[in-house]
Design a protein around this ligand. Structure first.
Ligand code: HEC
Ligand code: HEC
Ligand code: HEC
Length: 321
């Protein structure tokens, strides 16, 4: 079932891109709005290439005769383009018009992401059979090979090895998203992060595909409104007084403690909240590992849409008075 859904979703993406073949919207995430960036840190700056070079490169990616180590990423970008499309594309890149977006492509791509099924990360880790088997509380006798996480005798070290990790995740755009671990959990990164980490002051490629203005054309989930909001109380230090949300804090102040502020005024920002800049602080790449123990955690309320979407910005104050 999962597979079928994904194929349907990809099918509609491909259909959209061949219909609107000369749109360069899908390129922006990696190459920048004006083709001014080194895509994924490795490509040439395309705007500095000549029209002829761009045409030769795109045709080469299509025929498999051009490219470096990451050419596999470019192949699907150009697979459906005719020579005429490629010429038009090179023309528009060199024309300096920047990225040609078209709404139909964006909508089709956004709809495909939303409709795509997500992988249940906990399916194996929460397997009831396994949980029962590992539940030491029910056993009369626990021998030393079941006691530790490594599941071997505690008296010899010979065959103790860390679990085998398979971290060959597919490239962005080719992976399938994971189910959220609980309601409004930060979604885990389903695609490879090769060349994307570490995030530095100069280089945050996550933004190139996930900022809300480019995400739909990339088929990526847009960064949600919560990341463009400042939820912290406004704080100023004036005349020796600490003032939060307009109230003086302290033994002689209007509020004794900052925790007296239950609901700070939300401040919508016009830019990404800098506190959210370091994406991988909260969103972690994933690898295929056999977990050391079964997971008995079961989230409440993780149903329907919430398995693949968040609504934190809408319900952040829920239950707070
Ligand atoms: C998912 C990221 C991604 C997207 C989307 C993407 N590219 Fe690329 N592009 C790359 C990478 C990575 C390379 C370098 C590949 C290699 O190793 O040859 C590259 C290389 C190129 C090159 C050749 C530059 C060189 O280094 O020789 C051109 C031209 C180009 N891309 C144009 C485009 C156009 C036009 C689009 C949109 C239709 C596009 N790309 C979409 C990542 C991307
Ligand atoms: C080349 C474009 C691109 C780049 C760069 C990129 N992503 Fe993605 N990301 C995607 C796409 C497309 C998806 C949807 C899954 C897929 O098709 O692979 C996605 C999915 C995700 C998801 C899952 C969202 C959900 O709804 O479950 C997270 C989290 C994520 N990316 C985080 C990151 C972070 C963090 C970085 C930087 C380290 C990053 N991405 C860089 C394109 C990109
Ligand atoms: C301080 C932790 C934190 C940081 C840093 C952070 N996020 Fe998130 N992110 C979350 C949480 C929690 C959620 C789920 C609740 C929500 O929507 O806020 C989330 C949700 C998301 C979603 C899913 C939105 C949806 O509609 O389901 C995307 C995509 C995303 N983040 C991308 C990013 C990117 C890209 C960055 C870096 C620019 C980033 N995040 C930085 C915590 C973080």
């Amino acid at each position: 079932m999962t597979k079928v859904m994904k194929i349907v979703a990809l099918g509609s993406l491909l259909a959209a891109s061949s219909l609107y073949a000369v749109s360069t919207a899908a390129c922006a995430g990696c190459h920048g709005q004006h083709f001014e960036k080194k895509a994924m840190g490795v490509s040439k700056v395309v705007k500095d290439m000549s029209k002829e070079e761009i045409i030769a490169a795109l045709k080469g990616y299509k025929n498999g005769t051009y490219g470096g180590a990451m050419k596999g990423i470019m192949t699907p970008q150009v697979a459906n383009l005719s020579d005429e499309d490629i010429a038009k594309m090179a023309e528009s890149i060199k024309g300096g018009t920047g990225v040609v977006t078209d709404k139909a492509t964006e909508h089709a791509a956004a709809a495909a992401v939303a409709a795509a099924k997500v992988i249940d990360i906990n399916a194996k880790a929460c397997d009831p059979e396994r949980i029962k088997k590992e539940d030491l509380g029910n056993k009369k006798e626990v021998d030393e090979t079941t006691l530790g996480l490594r599941k071997t005798s505690l008296f010899q070290e010979d065959d103790v090895a860390p679990p085998k990790i398979k971290d060959d995740r597919p490239a962005p755009g080719a992976s399938q998203r994971f189910e959220r671990a609980y309601v409004n959990a930060p979604p885990m990164i389903p695609h490879s992060v090769e060349g994307l980490l570490p995030i530095t002051k100069e280089n945050n490629q996550c933004l190139g595909c996930h900022m809300p203005d480019v995400a739909p054309s990339m088929g990526a989930t847009p960064i949600p409104p919560s990341h463009f909001t400042d939820y912290r109380p406004t704080t100023v230090y004036k005349d020796g007084k600490l003032i939060k949300e307009g109230k003086v804090v302290g033994p002689d102040g209007e509020i004794g403690n900052t925790s007296d502020i239950k609901l700070a005024k939300k401040k919508k920002l016009k830019h990404l909240n800098p506190a959210r800049y370091n994406c991988s602080q909260c969103h972690a790449p994933q690898a295929n590992v056999e977990t050391a123990v079964a997971n008995t955690f079961k989230p409440d309320g993780l149903t329907g849409d919430l398995k693949s979407k968040s609504n934190l910005a809408d319900m952040i104050d829920e239950g707070v008075k």
